[in-house]
Design a binder for this molecule. Sequence first.
Ligand code: ADP
Length: 259
Amino acid sequence: IPRMSRGLPVKQKIPGVNKILLVASGKGGVGKSTVSSNLALSLHNLGKKVGLLDVDIFGPSIPRMLNLSGEPRLSSEGKLLPLSNYGIESMSMGYMVPPENAVVWRGLMVMKALQQLLFEVQWSNLDYLVIDMPPGTGDTQLTIGQQLKVDGAIIVSTPQDIALIDAVKGIAMFNKVNIPILGLVQNMSYYICPNCSHESHIFGTEGAAREAKNHDLELLGSIPLNADICVHSDSGKPVVMDPKSVLSKPYLDIAKRVL
Ligand code: ADP
């Protein structure tokens, strides 16, 4: 139950976590979870202690991206112990409930699950907790905005205008609940041909930069549309964990910018 002050919840830190970063998007399928996992692993590659928290109750992707499954064990204090792979800790409803069971949950159960994910995980003194948000601006976003002391939000968007317009709604919400926005990540922004490595800027090069500027936001980075990113994510080994891949660089640059 959140602590209250004058009828409003008090923003709290998460035990065992120094900084909290949110990764958000206006709509689904823009690559938010791919950015979250590659960003978390890039922060780890920069020498930080990192956790990745998936608060998408209805569509958890982090178990698949980190190739993790199985029920979390409980600590002696009855807290959830995170699962670990590739050097980072993670927690997700997907470890506890098959997604097909969670979809029938009503609001109250979702909110209970969210409280447990936010405040009842035993993280081990993390420098950064990256939170993979559900898409859009629903109850989860509002609850997190009201209850958590968030250090910054990263908005992921694809170059198409419609995605940008959705993302902008998210920006307004974060401003309302006083969450600083670190900037915009443009995903699937240009295409790298797997045969000849030619870069093709299908959607133009200026859309995200213009949108970022219009809202006084920093453009944290642009990530190409590339089959390797997809194959790695979907097979449970994010691309930044492949030492041979040149695709680590855009994620690493974003990680350095949000440090
Ligand atoms: P979201 O979390 O926004 O719903 P995901 O991260 O699950 O999106 O990505 C949706 C799909 O797109 C996944 O199959 C993922 O592997 C793929 N994907 C994400 N980013 C890229 C990219 N830059 N290039 C190619 N495929 C990508």
